[in-house]
Design a protein around this ligand. Structure first.
Ligand SMILES: Cc1cc2nc3c(=O)[nH]c(=O)nc-3n(C[C@H](O)[C@H](O)[C@H](O)COP(=O)(O)OP(=O)(O)OC[C@H]3O[C@@H](n4cnc5c(N)ncnc54)[C@H](O)[C@@H]3O)c2cc1C
Length: 416
């Protein structure tokens, strides 16, 4: 069975590794970019994502490039602790939580794909520009070569569209562009060379409903920070879904001029950044369909979500593992794709909606309590929110520790 994956991002590369581990060898990844470069800043991999990457044999490599996250802590705008909880191994998970540079993670996955599936498994400079999934027993795609500009047709038994938040494959399948929604807030993100803070594995969220700052280490001597706040109406909105728009570090630092605490000087951190980007908060409504004939959506293409809760990359990784499992064990490819859709679409839709709530009313409620000095009530509220979110996103500690693996042994793989 020939499988083409569109997009060598976190989801597409994990899908390639998962399919290979499940016994599929005829797998190609087409990537529009001419080369895979270390783009992006930090992201977080909670234990449900780390479990999947570990079961793909990448646990030690992750440990080399990531920083163990040991605590999540919420602070009010005056820098007073509202609530903290342990994360990863210290919270009782069988797998750690890592904070990591997105580019380093993508590189690790890409190297593993080249090593295991062969040097030509990832084809860069190949943009998918058209798709016909109406054939029933396969999919035809149009692919444009970056260097020559030539477009050719290619056929595959199954196509996995993992081409990100602005997925052109998704938009073609739907017949029109799926709109990127925004709540009017903008995320500013960057990294700074700086000394560790708090316990060296802390991820902190500071602020209230008017502005929120998140800081965590992603490498030895590198802190990742991001802040979200309503868009300044006097500035034009930058393109939604474009992760790569640089922004003035000076302007960004001015937003946090009062965030100077004895345990972390956020203003200094942002002002000394080596890079900063702006990104209008964008997601899509939960989609009614991920499956079109033998073409299926995966990752942000299927369920772009607000980047709250550390689950954009994680859910893409889970998609990849479930899809590979189903393709290896179901009686037919069509059964497998339907099973993937039935399992993942409702579950991830809930995470998308939960992230919208986290971005809005949740923070307002917690901040109102903290402002009244009711830090205990605010802590109870946060604890409850985090508990429910873990259940929705698949990292409730008991459930994750005891869930069966999506690794496929030779004995369970079907011949299909
Ligand atoms: C440049 C970039 C920087 C990012 N930075 C961050 C960050 O700092 N923090 C964070 O939390 N998240 C970041 N993200 C988003 C994060 O990677 C995703 O939310 C998450 O990992 C889900 O991954 P995905 O594989 O679905 O999509 P992505 O990781 O976005 O990957 C999609 C891939 O598809 C490729 N592609 C797009 N269109 C086509 C096409 N027509 N044909 C072939 N290939 C195509 C893209 O070039 C990209 O490599 C970034 C994404 C990108 C693309």
């Amino acid at each position: 069975m020939s499988i083409v994956i569109v997009g060598a991002g976190i989801g597409g590369l994990t899908a390639a590794l998962s399919l290979h581990a499940a016994g599929r060898s005829d797998v190609v990844v087409l990537e529009a970019a001419r080369e895979i470069r270390d783009i992006g800043v930090g992201l977080n991999l909670p234990p449900h994502a780390v479990r999947e990457l570990s079961e793909l044999g990448l646990g030690d490599a992750l440990h080399q490039i990531g920083v163990l996250t040991r605590e999540l802590a919420y602070y009010d705008p005056a820098g007073r602790l509202i609530w903290a909880e342990p994360r990863g191994l210290v919270a009782g998970y069988r797998w750690p939580q890592y904070s990591i540079h997105r580019g380093a993670l993508q590189r690790l996955l890409a190297d593993a794909v080249s090593e295991r599936l062969g040097a030509s498994a990832i084809r860069t400079g190949q943009r998918v520009t058209g798709i016909d999934a109406g054939r029933g027993d396969g999919v035809t795609i149009e692919v444009t070569d970056h260097d020559t500009g030539r477009t050719t047709s290619q056929m595959a038994d199954v196509v996995i569209a993992a081409d990100g938040i602005r997925s052109s494959v998704r938009n073609s399948l739907y017949g029109s562009a799926i709109p990127l929604a925004s709540n009017g807030w903008v995320m500013y993100r960057g990294t700074t060379r700086a000394a560790p803070f708090l316990n060296g594995g802390s991820m902190v969220i500071i602020g209230d409903e008017t502005q929120r700052v998140v800081v965590y280490p992603i490498a030895d001597g590198v802190l990742n920070w991001l802040l979200v706040r309503p868009r300044d109406e006097t500035r034009a909105e930058t393109e939604r879904g474009n992760w790569n728009v640089p922004v003035s570090i000076e302007m960004t630092a001015s937003f946090v001029k009062d965030y100077r605490f004895d345990w972390l000087d956020v203003h200094q951190l942002v002002a000394s950044a080596t890079e900063a980007y702006e990104y209008p908060m964008a997601d899509i409504d939960p989609l009614p369909q991920w499956l079109f004939g033998r073409c299926v959506l995966l990752g942000d293409a299927a369920h772009a979500m607000y980047p709250f809760g550390s689950n954009g990359a994680s859910q893409a990784i889970l998609d990849a593992r479930v899809l590979a499992y189903e393709l290896a064990t179901a009686a037919t490819p069509d059964d497998a794709l339907r099973a993937y859709d039935a399992q993942r679409r409702p579950a991830v839709s809930e995470v998308q909606l939960a992230n919208r709530r986290q971005a809005g009313d949740v923070m307002a409620r917690v901040s109102a309590l903290a402002r009244r000095g009711a830090h205990g009530d605010a802590a109870t509220e946060l604890q409850d929110i985090e508990r429910r979110y873990k259940q929705l996103a698949g990292f409730d500690v008991e459930a994750l520790n005891n869930r069966k693996s999506w690794s496929v042994s030779a004995a369970t793989a079907s011949a299909g």
